[in-house]
Design a protein around this ligand. Structure first.
Ligand code: CA
Length: 223
């Protein structure tokens, strides 16, 4: 099992690396966002520990690149305690979990063990709900067996719904998860893209399975 640690504070990176190696993991370190992104996307990595405040590309940018290329790779984000409130919504961008600094090593390893055990590391590469099948690697989508062609953003939006079937998702949650937490909250992109998806996911027999709950949000319903 190989873990990539992306952290510019060398004292923390060394501490985490030594501890994880003592637990039997293979560990690589990257000390800035660009190098972290390169290693995360390029090498065979089983899990990434990612600091958010990094020189070069910031952690959330790196996280988005990882999610685009490797949707199933577990990423545990490190974040400063006082920044948690602000970041939590941003973490919907695709962090598997997060640990606040300063953290106890045991806390980090417990999370790492939990996420490496999950079938999602490298094996769950598809999502299935409401008659829709999404292949996260090839980005192919079928609806009741028929191919549906989606843009990148439509795909990401649908994947977010598919990860939370039956759950009511607020416009703000969707916006931060799919467009990024710093996106203009006054925008109507969520409404617009839900509209695009509905048109593509409706069949002669059935409307698209995305319900609007007025003034609350949206929900992927079972077909
Ligand atoms: Ca840092």
């Amino acid at each position: 099992m190989k873990i990539l640690v992306v952290e510019d504070e060398t004292a923390i990176a060394d501490f985490v690396q030594r501890g994880l190696e003592a637990e039997g993991y293979t560990v690589a370190c990257a000390y800035d966002g660009d190098e972290g992104e390169r290693q995360a996307l390029g090498d065979s990595v089983d899990l990434v520990v990612l600091d958010l405040m990094l020189p070069g590309k910031d952690g959330l940018t790196v996280l988005r690149s990882i999610r685009d290329e490797k949707p199933a790779l577990p990423v545990i984000v490190l974040t400063a305690r006082d920044a948690v409130e602000d970041k939590v919504s941003g973490l919907d961008t695709g962090a598997t979990d997060y640990v606040t600094k300063p953290f106890a090593f045991d806390e980090l390893t417990a999370r790492i063990r939990a996420h490496l055990r999950r079938p999602s590391n490298g094996e769950t590469t598809s999502l299935e709900a409401a008659g829709i099948h999404m292949n996260l690697l090839t980005r192919e989508v079928t609806l009741e067996g028929t191919a549906v062609h989606l843009s990148t953003r439509e795909f990401d939006l649908l994947a977010y719904f598919m990860r939370h079937p039956g759950q009511v998702l607020s416009r703000e949650q969707i916006l931060s998860a799919v467009w990024g937490y710093d996106f203009d909250p006054g925008t109507n992109v969520v409404e617009v893209y839900v509209g695009y998806l509905r048109r593509k996911l409706a069949t002669d027999a059935n409307p698209a399975p995305i319900e609007t709950l007025r003034s609350v949000g949206y929900r992927l319903a079972a077909r």
